[in-house]
Design a protein around this ligand. Sequence first.
Ligand code: NAP
Length: 454
Amino acid sequence: MTAQSPNGDGLRLTAKVFSDIERRDADQPEFRQAVHEVLESLEPALERHADYIDDRVLERLCEPERQIIFRVPWTDDAGDIRVNRGFRVEFNSALGPYKGGLRFHPSVDLGIVKFLGFEQTFKNALTGLPIGGGKGGSDFDPKGRSDAEVMRFCQSFMTELHRHLGEYTDVPAGDVGVGRREIGYLFGQYKRITNRYESGVLTGKGLNWGGSQVRTEATGYGTVYFVREMLRSRGEDLDGRRVVVSGSGNVAIYAAQKAAELGATVVALSDSGGYVVDDSGIDLDAVRDIKEARSGRIKEYLDRHNRARYVDGGNIWDVPCEIALPCATQNELDRTAAETLVRNGLVAVGEGANMPTTPEAVKVFSDAGVRFGPGKAANAGGVATSGLEMQQNASRDSWHFDYTDKRLSDIMADIHTMCSETAEAYGAPGNYVLGANIAGFIKVADTMRDLGVI
Ligand code: NAP
């Protein structure tokens, strides 16, 4: 039975929690942005459930359970010693072991890892799987490093991190800069140090050593499945739609592939150097060869297809489309870009990346009636399939591609239903941001209350 809060309590509490965070985490803009976005949409839930206010669930949810920062010394190919900083933020374990990726990128700092861990907690709750939230990484830049350097870095990173991990404790995966190669080196070092073949300690593994079918494709495919559900709910589909996808990494490539499979034409992709436009539809085999096989630059696409054009720098959101899938990085789509997209006939957005759309841009979409799938719902397919990988590891089983893909597509449809029904129940039909935040929050908050003040 939920208690009714006198009007205005929710608003006062979220303002108070946020002002505490502004003060304590002043140097973490991305974390403050992520918390602000969630708190704003929780007010209707707090108005209905005064018990959350009394139990200080919100304050507890905004403070990570544990934050680990460590030195990562390693030797480069020239024999010079380098030192990077490693992080693991174990945000919330109410629903299960901490779960969330590792990011290796020069921009990684505590604020970035906390924002990602905070988002992850709600995202993981939406999957319906028993997983808590965490995130980690390092300011190490794997770009331009040899395999041997990346291996030595990963071994050093895991030499410290291993003591905090375990299949029932904390289960990392990949993220930006951490793919199959890095997961292999990390798993190898974990196995060596612990003398245990504990497959469930990391996800995103290779198929020969405990990995799951569809994990590589899952975030991108899942994002498009979510967009398909948003369109379906209005009697529409992806067939014949013009789609722009930012990035050309793991999420972007498989989002583009699934969109094309469902009949859309993907006309543009990017990397941090610029973007390529091919109106007849991007040749994804060429992109995979350039980016996945040879770690090249997206502009090399022109060497394969001279019908395409490349824009150095620039803004990919200038390319007209009906569906936008930001799949590169945080805050890559701002208000000006959103206004351009709306003017050009945008119908729907699915966030493949984490927090790629600024709050001002989200408002532009909402005012224009564009269907907007926020990352914690739309890109949850990656972690959901990691959860499926953990299930296979626990039962020493491995499932077929089609079966796993069907599980993924069902999970994304369930997440869509949950967000949409929650938004409706709180008087904001079609507001997936509010639906995702409240549905994720209630699940974690109820569990935290059941477990006492811990
Ligand atoms: P990735 O494989 O490392 O790819 C990132 C891509 O984004 C690269 O093509 C990169 O270009 C591009 N990029 C980075 N900064 C950019 C910028 N400012 N403008 C344009 N392009 C830029 O990483 P990923 O795994 O696809 O992750 C992408 C996003 O999805 C991240 O926000 C991540 O947290 C999120 N996500 C990932 C997963 C997952 O399972 N991998 C799950 C959920 C969410 P360069 O090649 O030039 O660096």
